[in-house]
Design a protein around this ligand. Structure first.
Ligand SMILES: Nc1ncnc2c1ncn2[C@@H]1O[C@H](COP(=O)(O)OP(=O)(O)OP(=O)(O)O)[C@@H](O)[C@H]1O
Ligand SMILES: [Mg+2]
Length: 371
C-alpha cells in the first residue's frame, strides 16, 4: 500500500429542504485501503456514498478522486463502482453474462471479455460457475458475483452499501473474511458502509464513526476501541458499562465522578475536554477491563462489591451480570474461563476493581449543546 490519496472529501454537506443529512464531513482515503463508515440507521451513510458515486450532488464541499474534482461528473464517468445492499444481479442472465455486462457496455472485444470474466470468477473463488443461472447460487455466492461484476471493471474505488445485510449470521461471518481477502487480492480501495461494528472492525484499515450526519471520529479499529474521543463512539463501538454522573474533582487527567447511584469512580479524561466540578458526564468501562476477585482488593482507583445475578454463557464471550451491593447498579464483566471462576454460582459475592486509565469519561451527550 502506498500513502497516495485515492479519494478525499472536503467539508461535504447535504441538505434535503431544511434537514441536514450530512454535515461538514472531511476525510482522505489512501490508495488500496479498506475504509468503513459505521453508524446507526438514518445517520447519513447512504447519502454520503451516493454523493461519492455521483447519484447525488453535495449541497457544498468538494470530492476529489486521484486529485480530480468529481463535482458535476455523472456516475458513469467516475472511476468508482457501487455494490448495493439489495444486490442487483440480472436473474435472466447467466453468471458470466452478469459479470460481462459492464464490459459489453464499454464495447470491449469478446475474447478480452471472456478472459476477464474467467479471471474474475477465479479471483472471487468461484471458477467454472459462469454458465449457471443466478438462481443456482447461494446467497454468499451471489454476493461474490455482485462484487466480481464491479471489480472486473477495475474501478479505482469500490463503494459497498451494507452488502452483507441480506445474509444470515454465519454467512456474514464468513463473508467478512472473504471480502477482506478480496480487497487485498485486488488492491482496490474499498469504502464500506455498515451499521454493524464488528464488520467494520474486522475488515477495515480505518473506520469513520458517523452520527447524525457528522463524523464523530476517524481512526484505526484499535484507536476507536481503546481511545474513543466521544461518548457516542465509546458507546457504539464494542460493549461498555456506562455510568451517568457529575464531576466531583480532578487531579491531572484523572477525574473523580459521583454517579447517579452514588458511587465514586475515577476515570481518565481526554486532554481536550477540561472537565470542571459540577459538569454532567458519562463514564465508560469495558467488561473485559474489570478485574474480578473473590477477596477484597487492595485500594485501587475503582472498586465495588457485588453479587452474581446472572451467568450469560457464550463460550469465550461469556459474561457475568453483577448487581452492586451498595448502589444496586448492574455491571457486566467478562466471565474469566479459568478454574478459579469455573464453579461460580448465582448469588456469589465478587469484588470488582479497575484502574482509572482503563475507563473513559466524556461530557454527557445531552450537555454538548448540539443542534
Ligand atoms: N431524498 C431524500 N429526501 C429527504 N430526506 C432524505 C432523502 N434521502 C435521505 N433522507 C434522509 O436523510 C437521513 C439519512 O439517510 P440515509 O439513507 O443516508 O441513512 P443511512 O445511514 O444510510 O441509514 P440506514 O442504515 O438505515 O441505511 C435520513 O433521515 C433520511 O430520511
Ligand atoms: Mg443506508
Amino acid at each position: 500500500m502506498t500513502s497516495e490519496i485515492d479519494l478525499s472529501c472536503r467539508n461535504i454537506n447535504k441538505t434535503f429542504d431544511d434537514f441536514i443529512a450530512v454535515r461538514d464531513v472531511s476525510f482522505e482515503i489512501p490508495r488500496g485501503s479498506f475504509f468503513s463508515i459505521l453508524g446507526p440507521s438514518g445517520c447519513g451513510k447512504t447519502t454520503l456514498l451516493r454523493m461519492l458515486a455521483g447519484f447525488l450532488e453535495p449541497s457544498s464541499g468538494d470530492i476529489t478522486i486521484k486529485g480530480r474534482s468529481m463535482l458535476g461528473i455523472p456516475p458513469n464517468k467516475r472511476p468508482v463502482n457501487m455494490v448495493f445492499q439489495h444486490l442487483a444481479l440480472f436473474p435472466m442472465m447467466t453468471v458470466a453474462e452478469n459479470i460481462a455486462y459492464g464490459l459489453r457496455r464499454r464495447k470491449e472485444k469478446p475474447a478480452e471479455i471472456k478472459r476477464k470474466v474467467a479471471d474474475a470468477l477465479e479471483r472471487v473463488g468461484l471458477p467454472g460457475v459462469g454458465d449457471r443461472a443466478i438462481s443456482q447460487l447461494s446467497g454468499g455466492q451471489k454476493q461474490r458475483i455482485a462484487i466480481a461484476r464491479c471489480l472486473v471493471l477495475e474501478p479505482d474505488v469500490l463503494l459497498l452499501d451494507e452488502p452483507l445485510g441480506a445474509l444470515d449470521l454465519k454467512l456474514r461471518e464468513h463473508m467478512k473474511v472473504e471480502l477482506k481477502k478480496l480487497q487485498q487480492a485486488f488492491g482496490t480501495t474499498f469504502i464500506y458502509i455498515t451499521h454493524d461494528q464488528s464488520e467494520a472492525m474486522v475488515m477495515s484499515d480505518n473506520v469513520a464513526v458517523m452520527n447524525s450526519g457528522r463524523f464523530e471520529q476517524v481512526g484505526s479499529p484499535q484507536d476507536l476501541y481503546y481511545n474513543p474521543s466521544t461518548a457516542f463512539v465509546a458507546g457504539f463501538v464494542g460493549e461498555s458499562n456506562r455510568f451517568s454522573g457529575t464531576v466531583v474533582s480532578r487531579a491531572g487527567n484523572i477525574v473523580e465522578v459521583k454517579t447517579e447511584c452514588g458511587q465514586h469512580l475515577h476515570a481518565s479524561e481526554r486532554v481536550d475536554l477540561n472537565l470542571a466540578s459540577g459538569q454532567k458526564v458519562e463514564l465508560f468501562v469495558r467488561p473485559e477491563m474489570i478485574h474480578l476477585s473473590r477477596e477484597p482488593q487492595q485500594s485501587t482507583d475503582n472498586s465495588m462489591t457485588g453479587q452474581v445475578e446472572n451467568i450469560l454463557f457464550d463460550g469465550g464471550n461469556s459474561r457475568l451480570l453483577i448487581r452492586e451491593t451498595s448502589s444496586g447498579s448492574e455491571i457486566q464483566v467478562v466471565h474469566p474461563q479459568t478454574s478459579e471462576f469455573s464453579d461460580i454460582n448465582k448469588g456469589d459475592t465478587l469484588f470488582l476493581s479497575w484502574k482509572a486509565d482503563q475507563s473513559h469519561v466524556f461530557l454527557d451527550t445531552n450537555e454538548r449543546g448540539e443542534a
